[in-house]
Ligand binder design. Structure first.
Ligand code: PLP
Length: 364
């Protein structure tokens, strides 16, 4: 389905903002404050994508029988806009997020949002809510595109009507000195199974992870680490971040087997690590190996990565068998984090052409 003619224009229904948004004040808790507007685009099997609007952030009218409310046809993305030193608005690898959004849609039998529409929707929102882009050190504007089934019916089949929307929330600095995480390896719950939706960014994966996170919290841990669902032997990922293990001269990260979400940050870290002269090996990593190598000291560091926190250092693995500390923060994770942020904010050269200036995007 191509982008409909009517989408050459997004209808704007803007709110009048009397004061500048208070984005320089103490940052609110993540994801609790939203910008003035949202973008909405409708899809109907017969009409394709239509009715693209920029409108005031507010409730979405929906039938109580909307399919998403019953069978969970929902996918989302998460990417950030950064303010560069020259006051421009930079996006990090938006095309990669557009592509992953399409792959998630296919897995959940939903219509694919054309990449051009995905990028335009983000550009439209950033244009009207630009004043919300924070300017402090390591602050950003988190963008949340999502797609939900809106058709009112209770039969079990893919819906014929959908809503694609983008909302945005300002985020404060994720402190580089933030305390290393203690993580819990859950041998009770799994996040994803073979042939399931683990590689798709869908809400259902998160709903199923909350109970494991609660188990981790009860064990005094910050985050849960999921293992393979077959044997609970191999390390997969955290609920929203991919994992890296640092050894002398090289990094190891679990292979993307279909049960792990292919992170854009993961992919970027692999490239940057190789560029820094480190070997990066993608292979299965057993929980027993993490325990043994932490105990022997062979394992130098462990970190997790994702758009929200960039790179988060892990200082301790806790399992039913006991505690396995590693040195944190480690130098590899810290250096990769610094280089990644430098590229994202336009402070460092961007050898792969990952960043997009918002003017550039609007022109696509
Ligand atoms: C979004 C997400 C990640 C990280 O992906 P990025 O593209 O790096 O933000 C990792 N794991 C899960 C389960 C996710 O949903």
């Amino acid at each position: 389905m191509t982008v409909d003619e009517s989408l050459a224009r997004f209808d704007r229904h803007l709110v009048t903002v009397s004061t500048e948004p208070a984005v320089t004040a103490a940052p609110p808790a993540f994801g609790t404050v939203f910008t003035d507007h949202m973008v909405t685009v409708r899809y109907h099997e017969q009409k394709g994508w239509h009715d693209a609007r920029v409108e005031p952030f507010g409730p979405i009218p929906m039938s109580p029988a909307a399919a998403v409310l019953h069978y969970g046809q929902e996918i989302f993305e998460g990417l950030k806009a950064y303010r560069s030193a020259d006051g421009d608005c930079l996006l990090f690898r938006p095309e990669a997020h557009a592509r992953r959004f399409q792959e998630s849609a296919r897995r959940l039998s939903m219509p694919v949002v054309p990449a051009g529409l995905f990028l335009r929707a983000i550009a439209e929102l950033l244009e009207v809510d630009r004043g919300w882009l924070p300017g402090g050190v390591e602050t950003s504007l988190y963008l949340r595109p999502y797609l939900v089934a809106t058709e009112a019916f209770l039969g079990v089949r893919p819906a014929r009507e959908y809503l694609f929307a983008v909302i945005a929330t300002p985020v404060g600095p994720v402190s580089p000195g933030s305390k290393p995480l203690t993580v819990w390896a859950s041998e009770t719950y799994s996040r994803a199974g073979a042939g399931g939706t683990g590689a798709a960014k869908c809400g259902g994966n998160y709903a199923g992870a909350h109970l494991a996170q609660a188990e981790a919290a009860r064990a005094g841990c910050d985050q849960v680490v999921f293992l393979d669902s077959g044997h609970h032997q191999f390390v997969e990922e955290m609920a929203g971040m991919n994992l890296f293990f640092g050894y002398e001269g090289h990094l190891v990260t679990p292979t993307l087997t279909g049960t792990i979400l292919p992170g854009v940050t993961r992919d970027s870290i692999i490239w940057l690590a190789r560029d820094a002269g480190l070997d990066v090996v993608e292979r299965p990593i057993a929980l027993a190996e993490w325990q043994a190598d932490a105990a022997s000291g062979k394992l130098r560091e462990v970190f997790a990565c994702g758009t929200a926190a960039t790179v988060a250092q892990i200082g301790m693995l806790r399992t039913a068998a006991g505690d396995f500390p590693v040195t944190a923060p480690g130098p590899m994770g810290a250096a990769l984090r610094g280089r990644l942020l430098g590229i994202q904010y336009g402070r460092l050269p961007d050898p792969c052409g990952w960043t997009r200036r918002i003017g550039q995007l609007a022109a696509t």
